[in-house]
Design a protein around this ligand. Sequence first.
Ligand SMILES: Cc1cc2nc3c(=O)[nH]c(=O)nc-3n(C[C@H](O)[C@H](O)[C@H](O)COP(=O)(O)O)c2cc1C
Length: 229
Amino acid sequence: MADLEANEDAERLGRLMRSRFSCRAFLPDPIPEATIARLTDTARWAASWSNVQPWEILVTRPQTTLKLAEALTRLASARAPTTTDVPYPPGFTGVHLQRRREVGFGLYGALSIQREDRAAREAHFVENFRFFGAPHVALVTMPADMGAYGALDVGNFLACFMLAAHAEGVATLAQAALAQYAGTIRELFEIPRERVFLCGVAFGRADMSHPANAYRAPRAGIDEFLRFV
Ligand SMILES: Cc1cc2nc3c(=O)[nH]c(=O)nc-3n(C[C@H](O)[C@H](O)[C@H](O)COP(=O)(O)O)c2cc1C
């Protein structure tokens, strides 16, 4: 009986993992705060090194989301100098560059954006700062002195948060793009210097009639990264 239950859980989890996707067109309807609290209450059970739980999230209400979108869109459209807290990777090479290109072109394909249409690609990028119309964004920080292991813990929390949201019918998009303007986000929400801004997670109900949400990113097979030794 215990085995049967475990299999049901594994199947359900597998279905949730495979059906989650990054949403890039949201409906404006707010998510009830009780739902947001419930899915966060599930995500808080994420494991972390020595159980330090270094994550903190600020969740914007729709009015605040709009104000933040205005401020960030102004910066992004003007190509204002970036103020990241954590440096971006200097670049991608090899298979990682290949996968990055594949997902980029796949998404542009779904949106009927031609490769050479720089203006349309730029406009799509700027949409990040409107959170693709999401009513909420979770602004994710961790203590500045925790380095890569802190970020590892936060990443694990985010995976749990996004899966818990998906289980509630709430679509999400993790957004490292927002970290370009970490300085502005820190100022607007009085985030102290002792914490670094890592990324945002836009969330709300998915607009399934939008072509952006028809795209599904592929995955490498396990033979590409799993070795038994
Ligand atoms: C930490 C992190 C940051 C991301 N930042 C962005 C972002 O700024 N903009 C965006 O459109 N997608 C962003 N994504 C979404 C990824 O592109 C997406 O997860 C990946 O292509 C796999 O697709 P899937 O989530 O639909 O399975 C981010 C994902 C993660 C985990």
